[in-house]
Design a protein around this ligand. Structure first.
Ligand code: FAD
Ligand code: FES
Ligand code: FES
Length: 484
C-alpha cells in the first residue's frame, strides 16, 4: 500500500496500475480535471502540480517543501508519504488564491488551457521565494508554454502575487499538515500492484538491494522524467518498477576535504547549490537543464543511468574525473564514470546493480574547468553538443587535460587525441588549433534533427577555441554558455 495526502484528504492506494501517472490519476480516478494534458512528455507544463514534502532544517525546524512537478511524467507510487496539491485546491472558501487573482487582474489567460499549469508554477514560486526577481520568475515559468496570451502579463502576475504575498490556507494549516504527513511517514516497503504489475517503494539501500536481487527484471524508477516517456510516448507497460526516490541514504549530499558525494536519487535542483559552489559552470549548466519541474523531479543518478549520448551531466562529470559507487547485494564497487559508458545505451552495470552515489572531486586552484551547452532553445532543450574542458595549467604548461563531450558519439566520451595534443604544451593559439584538428580524429558525429554532423564537429572545435580565448582573457565574463 502507499499513502499520501490529496491536499488534506488521506488516500491509501494499493490496487492501482503502477504505470498510472499522477495526471491520469487526478483526471480519471479522482475526477479532478483542472490539470491538463498538453504533450505528456514534460515539455509544455500544462500538467504542473505541486508536491509537498516534510523537511527538517539543520536547526531542527520542520516545514513543508513545495515543488512544482510535471504530473504527466510522475507515477503515483512516487507520492508515497507526500502531499499532492492540484489547481482545484487553491481556491479557498469561495475565494481565488492570490496567484489566481493576479492572473485574472493582469490578464494572464486567454484560452485558458495552459493556465492551471502556470498557476501551479506561480504557487510554487510564491511558496519558495519572498521577493522573486525577473530571473527567478523566468526560471519558475520556463517549463510552461502559452500559445496565445504571451508571457508579459503572466510575468506581471508573478510579480504581483509573489512580491507582496499574504499568508494563505496552506500557511494557516502548516502545523496540521506536518502532523498528518508525520502520521503517514513510510515505515516499511510500500507497494502498488495490479495483477502482475507492481511498483515497490523501499526506504533503505539494503532493502533496495534485496528487492533488486529478487526482481532483477525490474526497472529502477527515480524521477521518471526519462522512464515515464516509455509509457506516455511509446505506450509500453512497465511490469515491475522499484522506486528509489524514498531511499533517504541516496538523497544525501556530503562534503569531504577532497570530494563531494551525491546520492544517486538526489533531485537535480538539490544538486545545484553544491555543484554551483564548487564549479560555477556546472551550476550554469544545471540552470539550462530542462525546466524547473523536470529538475525538481529528475535525478543525477537517473541522468547517468539513462546512458543517453546527449545527457548533460555525464560529460561534465567525466571531465571532472567523477566516480560512481555501484551497489549489488552487499557488494560495492567504485568505477570511474568514463568507464561506465560502453556503447550506445550499454553500460558496465551488472544485473541487479544500481548506482548508489556519485563522487565529484573538489576544485583545485590549478584547475581550469568550463562547460558549454549548445541547444536550439536556451531553456528546456536537450543539447546538440555539450562540452566540458578541465585543464590543469602550471607555469604556463598544461600538466593535465580532461576534455569530454556529449552529442558527439554513441556515448558521453573523452577526446583522447585532443587531450594528447594538449598535454605538456603551453596553452597557446597554435596548440589550440592542433587540438581542434585532433577532435576530428576523436569523433565522427551523427546527423539528426538536433544538428548535422558537420555542425556538431565545428561546434566542438569552436567551443575549444572559445575556452582558450576565455582563459586568456579572464576579465571578460567567462561563464557565457553558447546556444544556436
Ligand atoms: C522535457 C524534458 C527535458 C529534458 N531536458 C534534459 C536536458 O536538458 N538535459 C539532460 O541531460 N536531460 C534532459 N532530460 C532527460 C531527463 O530529465 C534526465 O535524464 C534526468 O536526469 C533523468 O533522471 P530521472 O531521475 O528522471 O530518471 P528516470 O527516468 O527515473 O530513470 C532514467 C533511467 O535511469 C535508470 N536509473 C534511475 N536511477 C538509477 C540508479 N540509481 N541506478 C541505476 N539506474 C538508474 C532508470 O531505470 C532509467 O533507465 C529531459 C527530459 C524531459 C522530459
Ligand atoms: S502535459 Fe505537457 S508537460 Fe505534462
Ligand atoms: S492562454 Fe491559451 S495557451 Fe495559454
Amino acid at each position: 500500500m502507499i499513502q499520501f495526502l490529496l491536499n488534506q484528504e488521506l488516500r491509501s492506494e494499493h490496487a492501482l496500475d503502477p504505470n498510472l501517472t499522477v495526471l491520469n490519476y487526478l483526471r480519471e480516478h479522482v475526477g479532478k480535471s483542472g490539470t491538463k494534458e498538453g504533450c505528456a512528455s514534460g515539455d509544455c507544463g500544462a500538467c504542473t502540480v505541486v508536491v509537498g514534502e516534510l523537511q527538517t532544517d539543520d536547526d531542527g525546524r520542520e516545514h513543508i517543501r513545495y515543488r512544482s512537478l510535471n504530473s504527466c511524467l510522475t507515477f503515483v507510487s512516487s507520492l508515497h508519504g507526500k502531499q499532492l496539491i492540484s489547481v482545484e485546491d487553491l481556491k479557498h472558501k469561495g475565494e481565488l488564491h492570490s496567484v489566481q487573482k493576479a492572473m485574472v487582474e493582469c490578464h494572464g489567460s486567454q484560452c485558458g488551457f495552459c493556465t492551471p499549469g502556470f498557476v501551479m508554477s506561480l504557487f510554487a514560486l510564491q511558496k519558495n521565494s519572498d521577493a522573486p526577481d525577473q530571473a527567478k520568475a523566468h526560471e519558475a515559468l520556463a517549463g510552461n508554454l502559452c500559445r496565445c496570451t504571451g508571457y508579459r502579463p503572466i510575468l506581471a502576475a508573478a510579480e504581483q502575487s509573489c512580491c507582496a504575498k499574504q499568508p494563505d490556507q496552506f500557511d494557516a494549516r502548516e502545523a496540521e499538515t506536518i502532523a498528518r504527513l508525520k502520521a503517514i511517514a513510510p515505515t516499511s516497503i510500500g507497494e502498488l500492484n495490479s495483477g502482475d504489475k507492481r511498483c515497490l517503494v523501499p526506504l533503505t539501500v539494503a532493502d533496495l538491494a534485496d528487492l533488486y536481487d529478487a526482481y532483477p527484471q525490474a526497472r529502477l524508477l527515480a524521477g521518471g522524467t526519462d522512464l515515464a516517456l516509455e509509457v506516455t510516448q511509446f505506450h509500453r507497460t512497465l511490469p515491475v518498477m522499484i522506486y528509489v526516490g524514498n531511499v533517504a541514504e541516496m538523497k544525501r549530499i556530503e562534503h569531504f576535504d577532497d570530494r563531494i558525494e551525491i546520492g544517486a536519487a538526489t533531485a537535480l535542483s538539490d544538486c545545484y547549490e553544491a555543484l554551483n559552489a564548487e564549479y560555477p559552470d556546472f551550476g550554469e549548466l544545471l540552470h539550462r537543464f530542462a525546466s524547473l519541474q523536470i529538475r525538481n523531479q529528475g535525478t543525477l543518478g537517473g541522468n547517468i543511468g539513462n546512458a543517453s549520448p546527449i545527457g548533460d551531466s555525464p560529460p561534465l562529470l567525466i571531465a571532472l574525473g567523477a566516480q560512481i559507487v555501484l551497489c549489488k547485494g552487499e557488494t560495492r564497487r567504485t568505477l570511474a564514470l568514463e568507464d561506465y559508458f560502453i556503447d550506445y545505451r550499454v553500460t558496465a552495470r551488472q544485473e541487479s546493480e544500481f548506482i548508489e552515489k556519485i563522487i565529484v572531486p573538489r576544485a583545485t586552484a590549478e584547475q581550469r574547468f568550463r562547460a558549454y551547452k549548445v541547444s536550439k532553445r536556451l531553456d528546456d532543450d536537450i543539447s546538440a553538443v555539450c562540452a566540458a574542458f578541465n585543464l590543469r595549467v602550471e607555469n604556463g604548461v598544461i600538466t593535465d587535460a580532461r576534455v569530454a563531450f556529449g552529442g558527439m558519439a554513441a556515448i558521453p566520451k573523452r577526446a583522447a587525441h585532443c587531450e594528447a595534443v594538449l598535454l605538456g604544451q603551453p596553452f597557446d593559439n597554435a596548440v589550440t588549433e592542433r587540438a581542434c584538428t585532433a577532435l576530428g580524429e576523436d569523433f565522427t558525429p551523427l546527423s539528426d534533427f538536433r544538428a548535422s554532423k558537420e555542425y556538431r564537429l565545428l561546434s566542438a572545435q569552436n567551443l575549444l577555441r572559445k575556452y582558450f580565448i576565455e582563459l586568456q582573457t579572464p576579465h571578460i565574463e567567462t561563464r557565457v554558455t553558447a546556444y544556436v
